[in-house]
Design a protein. Structure first.
Length: 720
């Protein structure tokens, strides 16, 4: 009897189950797609694990939670005819692929690396036609960053434990980002408001029915003066009002011009995080979790898992030619040819230290309109997808056009012949262009432009004064950062990279270094104390230019322009010297009580957060006169699916059973019995809860699977 011939299949390894499902659908028979669930190896958490005197050799270990995954990958690799590593298209993804080969005993030269920035049938087919070897320059760059952050975290953090309190952390990028927030807070504290006044004149044409067309003009100063007048106090304002009341007002000049406004570029990681905060109030962490789901693929019923957007960790505004042409055709069909610019728009903005030349973040197909997905994906997923879809569509639409009018007015007082200048400006939308679909948000809503319509006026035309409005103002301090504006500042200063913005912000808040108040970020007393210590004893760690320079050196390693060991040695030599000196010279910091909004139920004084032998707790600020204290509720990191409040642990009155409820109780009475997880459901975006030791289940759909670990690992790499 003839032996049955077996046909070997190709093994494809990706990071997540969602991505695996999407690729399985696209690749079809002949391929087995498996998920590594992120990194399979890392530096152990209980030791430095870097041999500094032996060329900074790292001692990697297979993660305990990944031993079963690695065993399964090793077996599948032995049964496969070909092995493809299809992890994410950046340094982190390159490093994950290399670690998989090391842990699963796969010959790196036998494995084929496939890279794609969008999960569509065309892109996948192209990637599998052009596999390459693992790029060790990218791996070494990621390894250098990992070792650098390990050296800072594991050598500097214990010093902070000794000098300040246990449980603190410092990080090369984290500490520089914290300094931005601390420096801004000190600018706010040192700011001295300056009084100033403006005078607005309400005017109208003097002809019949002219009062039906009133408008306002602002006082500029004495006629012909080169600089706008400064009105510093009430007396000065009132004297000018007295001069202006009897004056005759005449139109001196009317300037009209068309003012085009160009659409913003398509999203990169930082601008997506900024706009998602401005318009949706999504944190950077939430935005990236949702974007990951949209990229890796979401089940759309009969279509199966579909990747909805391109790769979300990018600092390139480039869009593929096919995508641009698809958008232009769509715009012409939907809005008309006048909404299509004469030539495709190309955006070449390059951020400081931009690395891999990815595409911008865009929909995989502009023809997959948000309206068609309403009943098929989660509400938050839909909101973020709509934002990406609108921005990509708008960036290839015609300019908005405004009629910009400036009217210069002469106020002349007789008989003194005292003359003053006033100016009225107005902007009227003549053609909406891209504004039909999208308008970029603002960090400060008060800064958004308003449209003012002016009456038609001619030179030498007389005007009637209807009233004068002297207004008192005070200069304002620089605004505290929001998540959006902090990400923008980090990007501009070259602090961090697209993959690190979200975990940095999460770490700073989780460590209570920064606090969020009404959407703004301010440093805690602890954050300010740690920053001051680092500035005094480790100036390079918190030096913004130094941090940016280190990022550039990581880029040079990735391009093969520098070797990774000398880069680490150049950093470590002065760092070790500073560390030894700080052991004896850094002072101990005591009594860093953090203020809270809670009031002591016994005496009415404010409660503060203190740290004792059993951790952090709330205590009356009147201690020792008042000894009232109570536990500090620990946040789970998960948000209430009803109102967005924090889900916190509580204990039942009977039996002391732990459950989890919304912090906005009794306004919101949502609760779950299982521990909520900060990561959203990869299928529908709803709340996940823990199931067993290493599984998760969704509270809204039938998803049950392994817990996501990527965000927790990224946060650890930045902070530890």
């Amino acid at each position: 009897m003839a032996q049955k011939k077996t046909t070997k299949t190709s093994l494809v390894v990706v990071e997540s189950p969602a991505k695996a499902r999407t690729l399985s659908r696209i690749l079809g028979k002949g391929y087995v797609v498996m998920a590594s669930m992120g990194h399979v190896r890392d530096l152990p958490s209980n030791e430095l694990a870097v041999k500094v005197d032996d060329g900074f050799t790292p001692s990697y270990r297979v993660l305990d939670a990944k031993r079963k995954v690695v065993a399964e990958l090793r077996k599948a690799a032995g049964d496969a005819s070909l092995i493809y590593l299809a992890t994410d298209p950046d340094r982190e993804g390159e490093a994950i692929s290399w670690h998989i080969t090391q842990a699963a005993k796969i010959d790196p030269s036998a494995a084929r690396r496939v890279v794609f920035h969008v999960i569509t049938e065309q892109a996948i087919a192209q990637a599998f036609r052009e596999p390459r070897a693992i790029d060790m320059k990218l791996v070494q760059s990621q390894q250098a960053r990992r070792i650098l952050d390990r050296l800072v975290g594991y050598l500097l953090s214990p010093l902070l434990w000794k000098k300040v309190r246990r449980g603190l952390s410092a990080g090369r990028v984290q500490s520089a980002a914290l300094r931005l927030v601390v420096d801004r807070e000190r600018e706010v504290a040192a700011f001295v408001p300056q009084e100033y006044w403006t005078i607005d004149a309400d005017l109208a044409p003097t002809e019949r029915d002219g009062r039906d067309n009133p408008f306002s003009a602002r006082f500029q100063g004495h006629h012909g003066a080169r600089k706008k007048a400064e009105i510093k106090d009430r007396d000065h304002a009132e004297s000018l009002v007295a001069d202006l009341k009897p004056a005759a007002y005449i139109v001196q000049e009317v300037k009209e011009r068309e003012s085009p406004r160009r659409p913003a570029p398509p999203f990169i990681t930082s601008t997506l995080q900024q706009e998602a905060w401005r318009k949706l109030r999504f944190s950077a962490k939430r935005t990236m979790a949702l974007a990951q789901q949209l990229y890796e693929g979401i089940s759309l019923g009969g279509e199966g898992p579909v990747g909805l957007i391109t790769y979300m960790r990018t600092d390139s505004t480039h869009m593929a030619h096919e995508a641009v042409m698809e958008i232009r055709h769509f715009v012409s069909e939907r809005y008309g040819p006048e909404y299509v610019p004469n030539a495709p728009r190309a955006y070449t903005r390059k951020v400081k230290g931009a690395q891999e030349a990815h595409e911008a973040i865009r929909p995989t197909s502009i023809r997959r309109e948000p309206e068609t997905l309403k009943a098929r994906i989660g509400a938050d997923q839909l909101a973020l997808y709509q934002l990406v879809w609108q921005r990509a569509l708008a960036c290839q639409m015609a300019d908005a056009r405004f009629d910009q009018t400036t009217i210069d007015i002469l106020a002349e007082r007789t008989p003194s012949r005292e003359r003053y200048d006033l100016r009225a400006t107005g902007s009227v939308l003549r053609f909406p262009g891209y504004l039909t679909i999208y308008q970029e948000g603002q960090d400060d809503p008060a800064a958004e432009e308003t449209e003012a319509r002016l009456p038609h006026l001619e030179k030498e035309q007389s005007l009637e004064l209807l009233g004068l409005r002297p207004l008192q103002h005070f200069t304002q301090p620089p605004p505290r950062y929001t998540e959006a504006s902090l990400v923008k500042a980090m990007e501009e200063r070259g602090i961090g990279r697209p993959s690190t913005y979200a975990p940095i912000l999460s770490t700073l808040q989780d460590r209570s270094y920064i606090l969020r108040e009404q959407g703004r970020l301010r440093p805690s007393r602890l954050g300010m104390a740690v920053t001051d210590l680092l500035k005094a004893h480790f100036s390079e760690i918190v030096d913004l230019d130094f941090t940016s320079t280190m990022e550039e050196e990581m880029d040079e390693i990735a391009r093969g322009e520098r070797e990774w060991v000398p880069v680490l040695q150049d950093f470590y030599t002065p760092f070790a010297r500073d560390l030894k000196r700080a052991e004896t010279e850094m002072p101990r910091v005591r009594d860093i009580d953090e203020p809270t909004d809670e009031v002591c139920p016994t005496c009415g004084r404010p409660m503060v957060i203190k740290t004792g032998r059993f951790g952090r707790f709330l205590s009356c600020s009147g201690f020792p006169e008042c000894r009232t204290s109570k536990p500090l509720v620990q946040k789970t990191g998960a948000l209430c699916p009803r109102c967005g409040g924090d889900l916190v642990p509580r204990r039942s009155r009977k039996g002391g059973r732990t459950f989890y409820g919304c912090s906005n109780y009794p306004t919101c009475n949502f609760l779950v019995n299982e521990r909520p997880l900060p990561q959203p459901c990869p299928t529908c975006g709803s709340l996940l809860v823990a199931r067993g030791r290493d599984r998760a289940k969704c509270t809204a759909c039938d998803f049950i699977g392994p817990r996501a670990e990527a965000e927790e690992r990224e946060a650890a790499e930045v902070s530890v």
